[in-house]
Design a protein around this ligand. Structure first.
Ligand code: FAS
Ligand code: PHB
Length: 389
């Protein structure tokens, strides 16, 4: 088999890249380890930056998003018993759209199926060969048979636990990592959202976040110990703890109900450099991870896709290698700015076990500065709605 591009990973990065390439007449095969339903069963991100929305529009996959997504002009931040609003639209001219990653991925799968482009599910033993040469190829097993795809380029969109990053020789890779001493316990419930916007809360008991997917589907998170397991938390215990971490007027109107999904995500900051080796390009979580506090994970995958899509189009349409040569440099410049914002916002809202009274005073002063200073609010808003590509 042969393809111009082999995309390893059928998550949002791989599917969005495949759809954009298809629209430019560039043929890509997507290899996905799981089934489509398994991928769609993951509950993850919920906030889309305008850059990602524009890419989905260009990919012809934004109709449902436009019809069902919630346009949010700002967010609320609760701390010290009070709550303040940051107005993204007034400060930056841009909103964000709340639309579940699951639904975005579903739209991308539907669009890909409609194009007839090749997607191979339930692949195993995927391996990348000769990525540093001029004739790379990918091998994989499926349904007991071994397969080989010769290609021009390989896009490693296989997430943090994929094989693509490992294909780059260790002596050529530089990895940067910070792990956080807590996780996020997330609950999805068929209940009306507690507010029309997201509420990020810093409480003495720890972080909490009130989000949503639609008028009757809410997503809540509370900071939890790394030793916790979802089964340690009954629904009643989760709702009671969430209430304790919210201002009274918000807690009083919280609609509770059975959890339809309950999971714990560890928090990590991670970047691997470079994001390219020869004809292999890393995209999305395969190259970097951010704590979900700043809602950047999915949106960073999108900017990687933007740079790679344009680089490949430039190569095939103009036989110009400039975008390919500069992919890693360009992508990493934005990655590190999002890593910084996600780390800063996490340090602002969570309670850390080693925080001393001075540290707490610094956190409170940082929150008060964000509450009171228009320049700091503008900087926060610019990062949250998404820095330019
Ligand atoms: P993904 O991990 O989504 O997709 C990679 C795909 O590659 C998967 O489908 C996987 O099955 C496949 N794959 C892996 N190995 C393979 C192999 N060897 N061969 C073939 N296929 C392979 N971001 C936010 O912005 N907000 C959030 O609230 C948020 N919550 C998250 C919660 C969890 C538990 C996790 C893990 C991440 C969360 N994220 C969140 C980040 C998340 O949204 C990612 O940034 C986003 O999924 C990145 O998309 P991809 O890079 O496509 O990686
Ligand atoms: C979500 O809705 O899942 C969500 C929203 C904002 C975040 C993280 C997660 O910062």
């Amino acid at each position: 088999m042969r393809a111009q591009v082999v995309i390893i990973g059928g998550g949002p990065a791989g599917l969005l890249l495949g759809q954009l390439l298809h629209r430019r007449g560039i043929e890509a095969v997507v290899l996905e380890r799981k089934t489509r339903d398994y991928v769609l069963g993951r509950i993850r991100a919920g906030v889309l930056e305008s850059g990602l929305v524009a890419l989905l529009e260009e990919a012809g996959v934004a109709n449902r998003l436009r019809a069902e997504g919630f346009v949010h002009d700002g967010t609320r931040i609760a701390a010290g018993g009070e709550i303040f609003h940051v107005d993204f639209k007034a400060l930056t001219g841009k909103p964000v759209i709340v639309y579940g990653q699951t639904e975005m991925t579903r739209d991308l799968y539907d669009a890909r199926a409609a194009t007839g482009a090749r997607t191979v599910f339930e692949v195993d033993h995927v391996a990348i060969h000769d990525a540093d040469g001029d004739a790379p190829f990918v091998t994989y097993a499926q349904s007991g048979a071994e397969h080989r795809i010769d290609c021009d380029f390989v896009a490693g969109c296989d997430g943090f636990h994929g094989i693509s990053r490992q294909a780059i020789p260790l002596n050529l890779r530089r990895e940067y990592e910070k792990t956080y001493p807590f996780g996020w316990l997330g609950v999805l419930s068929r209940t009306p959202p507690v507010d029309e916007e997201l509420i990020y809360a810093n409480s003495e008991r720890g972080f909490a976040l009130c989000s949503m997917r639609n008028d009757n589907l809410s997503r809540y998170y509370i900071q939890c110990a790394l030793s916790d397991h979802p089964e340690d938390w009954t629904d009643a215990a989760f709702w009671a703890e969430l209430r304790r971490r919210l201002p009274e007027e918000i807690a009083a109107r919280l609609a509770t109900g059975p959890s339809i999904e309950k999971s714990i995500a560890p928090l990590r900051s991670f970047v691997t450099e470079p994001m390219r080796w020869g004809r292999l390009f890393l995209c999305g979580d395969a190259a970097h991870i951010v704590p979900p506090t700043g809602a950047k994970g999915l949106n960073l995958a999108a900017s990687d896709v933007h740079y790679l899509y344009h680089a490949l189009a430039q190569f095939y349409e103009e036989r110009d290698r400039e975008g390919i040569e500069r992919y890693s440099e360009r992508a990493l410049l934005r990655v590190w700015k999002a890593e910084r914002f996600s780390w800063w916002f996490s340090s602002l809202l969570h309670r850390y076990p080693d925080q001393n009274p001075f540290d707490l005073k610094m956190q409170q002063a940082e929150l008060a500065f964000l509450r009171d200073n228009p320049a700091q609010q503008r900087a926060f808003a610019e990062n949250y709605v998404g820095l330019p590509y």
